[in-house]
Design a protein around this ligand. Structure first.
Ligand SMILES: *[C@@H]1O[C@H](CO)[C@@H](O)[C@H](O)[C@H]1NC(C)=O
Ligand SMILES: *[C@@H]1O[C@H](CO)[C@@H](O)[C@H](O)[C@H]1NC(C)=O
Length: 488
C-alpha cells in the first residue's frame, strides 16, 4: 500500500511535471550532481581544459576567475558576459570593467566545444564559468569546493548592468560594499572575494590616479606605501603605458594564498579598491587582519563566498522538472530507531503518538538503495518529500476540475489565515499569530488575502528551514536504512 502510494506520487510528478507550477527562489535549484546522469564527464572535461590553459599561461587562472565574477554581478550567473554583439544584443565585453581586460574567452570556447562533443546542448555556459573559476583557484593552490550546478544561459546581455554593477578599482569603500550588498553579498564576502587578487594582474590605467592625483590635488594616495608608489611610477607614467601590466600581489603573483592581505596591512595594495579594505572600515580591517594571519580561515571563507556568489539569481528550470533528473538518485529519510547509543527522537513530546509516514520513507529509501546504494541521504529525502507533498496538494487543488469543487479547494490554503482572523485558530500557537504581534497580524492579513504571496513566502521559508545546519562534506554519512546508523 505504502509502496504503491509513493510509486504513484513519482509517476504523477513525472507525468504532469510541465503543468505543475514551480517555486523560484534565490538559489534556484542548483546542486553539484546536476550532470551526474546527463553528462557524467562534464566536470572532468572542464578541469582538463582549464589545466591545459593554466599550464600554458599561469595568468589564465586569474582571468577565468574574474570572468565568473563579472558574469554573476550582471543579471546573475547566466553567462550573459559571454554573448557577442548581434541583433538585439550589445555585448558586455565592451563595458568599462571588461574592455581591454576581460580575457580567457577562447578557453571557454574550447571547454564548450569539448562538452558539445561529449553531450550536446546539456552543460550551460554559466555552469562552465562557475566550474572554471573553481578549477582555476585549485590549480593556483587555493581551496576547493563543490560547485552547485544547473544554471541556464541567458538570452540577453546588459551593457549598463556591466558598467554600473561591477565594482571599479577607484570606487569608494562604501560604493563597493553597496554593489556587493545589491547582489545579496555582505562584508565578509567582499573581503574574502577580494582575496582573489592574490593572483592576476592589473593595468596601469586602473591605478594611475593613485600614483599622481588621488584626490584632485596632484598628490599620490597617502594610503599607498611611498617607495612602492615610486617603483610603480617607473612603468606607469603620467600618460602612456595604459596597458602595462602589474602583479596585484607582487610577493606571490601566481600562487593563491593570503599574502594579498599581508600586503594590504603594509599599505601595498595595488588598487584603491584593494587598499580601502584596510583603511576605510574597522570591520573590514579586522577581517583583513584575520585572513593575513590565518590562511585556512581565508580559504574557508573564500570557498563559501564563491558558492554564494555563484548562486546570484541563476536561471533554472522548475523544481518539478529538476526532480525528474534527480529521481534516480534522490531521496532518503532520517528516522532513527533505538540503536546503540541512540535514543530515538520519535519518542519526544512533539513526535510521540503523532509523527507518521515513516513507512513511505522506508519505501523511498529502499527503492533508492536498489538504484544507487549509499548515495542519497535520508536528510535530503525528508526535504524533497516535504516539497513534493506541497506541490502535489497544490496540483490536486488545481485539478479540482470545472465543478464548484475547484473554487472550494482553491480557498483552502488561505482559509487557515482567514480562520485565524475570525478567532478560530485551533491551537494557541496558531491564534497568537494574530493576537500578540502587530507585525505578525499584518502578515496573516496579507496571506489571507493573497495566496500567491503566501505560496512565495512559504517556499522561501521552506528552503531556509531546509538549510538549518545540514551535515555535508565528510561529516555525517549516507545511511543504508533510514532507521539506523550504518555501524549498528
Ligand atoms: C574612476 O576612473 C574612471 C575611469 O578611469 C573615471 O572616468 C572616473 O572619473 C573615476 N572616478 C573617480 C571617482 O575618480
Ligand atoms: C587632478 O585631478 C583634478 C580633479 O579631477 C583635475 O582637475 C586636475 O587637472 C588633475 N591634475 C592633473 C595634473 O591631471
Amino acid at each position: 500500500m505504502a509502496r504503491s502510494m509513493s510509486f504513484c506520487i513519482f509517476i504523477a510528478l513525472l507525468a504532469f511535471a510541465p503543468i505543475c507550477f514551480s517555486f523560484k527562489n534565490n538559489n534556484g535549484n542548483l546542486y553539484p550532481q546536476y550532470y551526474y546522469k546527463s553528462c557524467p564527464k562534464a566536470q572532468e572535461i572542464v578541469k582538463s581544459v582549464v589545466a591545459k590553459a593554466v599550464a600554458k599561461e599561469a595568468r589564465m587562472a586569474a582571468s577565468l576567475l574574474r570572468l565568473h565574477f563579472h558574469d554573476c554581478f550582471v543579471k546573475g550567473c547566466d553567462a550573459s558576459l559571454l554573448l557577442d554583439s548581434s541583433r538585439g544584443i550589445v555585448t558586455e565585453k565592451g563595458s568599462n570593467p571588461n574592455k581591454n581586460s576581460a580575457r580567457g574567452f577562447e578557453v571557454l570556447d574550447d571547454i564548450k566545444s569539448a562538452l558539445e562533443k561529449e553531450c550536446p546542448q546539456t552543460v550551460s555556459c554559466a555552469d562552465i564559468l562557475a566550474l572554471a573559476a573553481r578549477d582555476s583557484t585549485v590549480l593556483a593552490g587555493g581551496p576547493s569546493w563543490e560547485v552547485p550546478l544547473g544554471r541556464r544561459d541567458s538570452r540577453s546581455a546588459s551593457l549598463s548592468g556591466s558598467n554600473n554593477n561591477i565594482p571599479a578599482p577607484n570606487n569608494t569603500f562604501n560604493s563597493i560594499l553597496s554593489k556587493f550588498q545589491r547582489q545579496g553579498l555582505d562584508l565578509v564576502d567582499l573581503v574574502a572575494l577580494s582575496g582573489s587578487h592574490t593572483i592576476g594582474n592589473s593595468r596601469c590605467t586602473s591605478f594611475r590616479q593613485r600614483l599622481y592625483n588621488q584626490s584632485g590635488k596632484n598628490k599620490p594616495d597617502s594610503t599607498l606605501d611611498q617607495s612602492y608608489a615610486a617603483q610603480l611610477r617607473n612603468r606607469c607614467p603620467k600618460s602612456g603605458g595604459d596597458q602595462n601590466l602589474f602583479f596585484l600581489d607582487f610577493v606571490s603573483p601566481t600562487k593563491f594564498d593570503n599574502s594579498y592581505f599581508k600586503l594590504l596591512l603594509a599599505s601595498k595594495g595595488l588598487l584603491n579598491s584593494d587598499q580601502v579594505l584596510a583603511t576605510k572600515s574597522q570591520a573590514s580591517l579586522a577581517l583583513v587582519k584575520q585572513y593575513a594571519e590565518n590562511n585556512a580561515l581565508f580559504f574557508d571563507h573564500f570557498a563559501k563566498s564563491m558558492v554564494k556568489m555563484g548562486n546570484i539569481s541563476p536561471l533554472t528550470v522548475s523544481s518539478v522538472i529538476v526532480l525528474e533528473d534527480l529521481i534516480a538518485c534522490t531521496i532518503c529519510l532520517e528516522i532513527v530507531n533505538h540503536g546503540k547509543g541512540i535514543v530515538t527522537e520519535k519518542g519526544s513530546n512533539p513526535n510521540k503518538n503523532s509523527a507518521r509516514g515513516f513507512e513511505v520513507l522506508d519505501d523511498i529509501k529502499s527503492a533508492l538503495e536498489k538504484e544507487c546504494p549509499q548515495t542519497v541521504s535520508c536528510a535530503d529525502i525528508l526535504a524533497l518529500a516535504a516539497r513534493d507533498s506541497t506541490v502535489l496538494i497544490s496540483w490536486w487543488t488545481k485539478l479540482g476540475g470545472s465543478t464548484g469543487k475547484k473554487r472550494l479547494q482553491k480557498r483552502q490554503f488561505k482559509r487557515y489565515f482567514k480562520l485565524l482572523l475570525a478567532s478560530k485558530g485551533l491551537l494557541n500557537s496558531d491564534q497568537v499569530l494574530t493576537t500578540k504581534s502587530q507585525a505578525s497580524l499584518a502578515l496573516v492579513k496579507q496571506y489571507a488575502e493573497n495566496n500567491a504571496l503566501f505560496f512565495d513566502h512559504f517556499a522561501k521559508s521552506m528552503v531556509k528551514m531546509g538549510n538549518i545546519s545540514p551535515l555535508t562534506g565528510s561529516s555525517g554519512e549516507i545511511r543504508k536504512n533510514c532507521r539506523k546508523i550504518n555501524s549498528s
